[in-house]
Design a protein around this ligand. Sequence first.
Ligand SMILES: [Zn+2]
Length: 264
Amino acid sequence: MRHRQARRIGWLVAGLIAGLMAGLMAVCFNLPLNPVAASQPDPQLPELQVHSLPLTLADWSEPAGDGAQSGDYFDAVQPTELGYLVWSKLPVQVYIQAAEADAKSQAWYAAVEQAMQDWTVYLPLSLTANAETADIQVLRAAPAIQPLTARPGHPVQLPRIRAAETKYQFFQRQSKGEIQLFQRFTIQLSPNQTADYMLATARHELGHALGIWGHSPVATDALYFSQVGHPTAISARDIRTLKKIYQQPTRLGWGMPAGTAELE
Ligand SMILES: [Zn+2]
């Protein structure tokens, strides 16, 4: 995918700029960590700063009663070398690949649209027909099957067929006389699932794309690391985690004066 208005940041090698969150059936892929960038931030990058909390999260009230599980799983969320994956320009623009005439692709589209509606209560999302400028692209495709790999200390495991995969990349753009860094996500979501699972998977992957770059250890959370027998809704724990993420510093969405940066 080529983005005309946004040039890729040249100073981060490909392996570092593309994060990858494997789907429900798989553990996280190699999350991009750059110890050099983390410990010695480039003085030309925007400073780590906290954006104001979106009103939808600020106004969110804890569910009443004992039904909701307490706590969050913020500790499992990974910051990137540019900080947490916070969206500061709302609503987040989401592109959903158009459905074909067949029932399968229409069910797929409906599931993604429903997942969007489920999240927009907590973080405003808006449907866009423009794939080129979308913040998040949701594509109807089964992720490529990963080759067999062996890691030191781990037995060789047969690759599982994954239902979805979410990736991000960083870009830069000129905005109001300054250079801003921003993220873009691509979600590949397989249409070969039952409607329930498709909705659960779409919710899960959208959760990653909204900034929850990690997995919950609790099966009743949408961001649980594994697919469960009974697909779950977005939980209070998911929202507490999201809210905490949006209170963290990031270099994304902050500017530096144009001309001072040599990012190519
Ligand atoms: Zn996941």
